[in-house]
Ligand binder design. Structure first.
Ligand SMILES: *Cc1c(COP(=O)(O)O)cnc(C)c1O
Length: 394
């Protein structure tokens, strides 16, 4: 029973530092307005950036997928779980981002977390001396992928191109892999992808782009960060998630066909797990059509107008709004307790924002994180602005 004692001591320590996390139970579909504990809240905390998670056409496609393919896949992709809908989805996704890659092919995963584990372990599997260069604000799944690969990892400071150049220049590894988020999930800023890619090409390094927050939201057709920056290179490995802007679930990797074939043959997070229900893949075909079409264009334009509205409306003195042109809008408060109090005060008023504390962000930079979605109205954002401006002054 010593373990239980240790564990509860650790939980007490978390509590003392205001680091205990609470899950709230949602009784309604994901959307700008949700039901929690019998109250309706205006939610600014989902990653459903285009508000597609409860879209009637996608729901209908999901039902149709269940009729066609049932509830479960029954096995992993390499055994018997690879369905017609998975194939169709992979072909659509390869076409989605294919303009930016050489010999493009796409592979779907159950989650982005698993896709990232697979990419980093898979890319480095053939070379025991491979070197990984990881941006300091990368998502946990990229960090874990690098750990799982058991290769040398060097972390470069956030957006520090000079530091990365030095590391690449000093490395004599034959396989170099640079790994970065495109949109940083807790800061909302964009990685300097054109400059990163130029460095990678110069030093013969691969560039892994985690576009979890860019897929669907960036680029004229929603194809993501590669479209936004108009990048094209054989060195690119692209990861997009399908549970955020795409509104459903899962993720995919797109890269040179040889990289993808390697992941199929070698990547344990691909091989040793049950394939996602094909019905989800079927629903995603409709989601991709919406993303790319007029409705996606209109939703992205509205989202941009909400971002501009928040930008011009917030008048903060003590707290710091981070410079972000994306749907992720963090307001750094600093202290854990004050951040929790601010989150609780907003919640009292019916506004639900993320409260982000260490270790998700560095100590002393606890923050409120508002995410804007296409389903929000400008009146919703005005309500948020008024509440934040007033709260900071109390
Ligand atoms: C959400 C997220 C992931 C993980 O994707 P899931 O599909 O939720 O597992 C990976 N990287 C980043 C940057 C993310 O924000």
């Amino acid at each position: 029973m010593q373990l239980l004692q240790q564990l509860s001591q650790q939980l007490q320590t978390l509590d003392q530092h205001n680091l205990i996390r609470q899950r709230r139970t949602v009784d309604s579909p994901c959307g700008p307005r949700v039901q929690v504990d019998g109250r309706e809240l205006l939610a600014f905390c989902s990653n459903d950036y285009l508000s597609l998670a409860n879209h009637p056409a996608i729901k209908q496609a999901l039902q149709e997928g269940v009729e066609l393919y049932g509830a479960g896949s029954g096995a992993s992709h390499l055994i018997s779980g690879h369905g017609r809908a998975h194939v169709q989805l992979e072909e659509r996704l390869a076409a989605f981002v294919g303009d930016h890659l050489e010999a493009p092919r796409a592979l779907t995963f159950c989650t982005g977390y698993m896709a990232n584990l697979a990419i980093i372990t898979g890319l480095t599997v053939a070379d025991p001396d491979a070197a990984i260069f990881s941006e300091s604000l990368n998502h946990a799944s990229l960090i874990d992928g690098a750990r799982l690969s058991r290769k040398r990892v060097q972390v470069y400071p956030h957006a520090d191109l000079a530091a990365l150049r030095q590391l690449l220049a000093d490395s004599n590894a034959a396989t170099k892999v640079v790994v970065t988020d495109s949109v940083f999930s807790m800061d909302g800023d964009l990685a300097p992808l054109p400059q990163l890619l130029a460095l990678c090409e110069q030093y013969g390094a691969w560039l892994v782009v985690d576009d979890a927050h860019g897929f669907g939201t960036l680029g004229a057709r929603g194809h993501g960060a590669l479209e936004h920056f108009d990048l094209r290179s054989p060195y690119l490995v692209y990861m997009g998630t399908l549970g955020k802007a795409a509104g459903v679930s899962g993720a995919f990797v797109a890269a040179h066909e040889t990289v993808i074939e390697t992941l199929i043959q070698k990547a344990r997070p691909y091989i040793f797990t049950t394939a996602t229900p094909p019905a989800l893949a079927h629903a995603l075909l409709t989601s991709l059509a919406l993303l790319e079409g007029d409705e996606g264009v209109a939703r992205r334009a509205h989202l941009q107008s909400l971002i501009a509205q928040l930008d011009s409306g917030l008048q903060l003195q003590r707290w710091q709004r981070m410079p972000s042109s994306t749907a992720i809008q963090p307001i750094v408060i600093g202290d854990n307790a004050e951040t929790m109090q601010a989150g609780a005060a907003l919640y009292q008023q019916g506004l639900w924002l993320g409260t982000i504390r260490p270790p998700t962000v560095p100590a002393g930079t606890a923050r409120l994180r508002a995410t804007l979605c296409a389903g929000h109205t400008s009146a919703d954002v005005e309500q948020l602005i008024v509440a934040l401006n007033a709260l900071e002054r109390t």
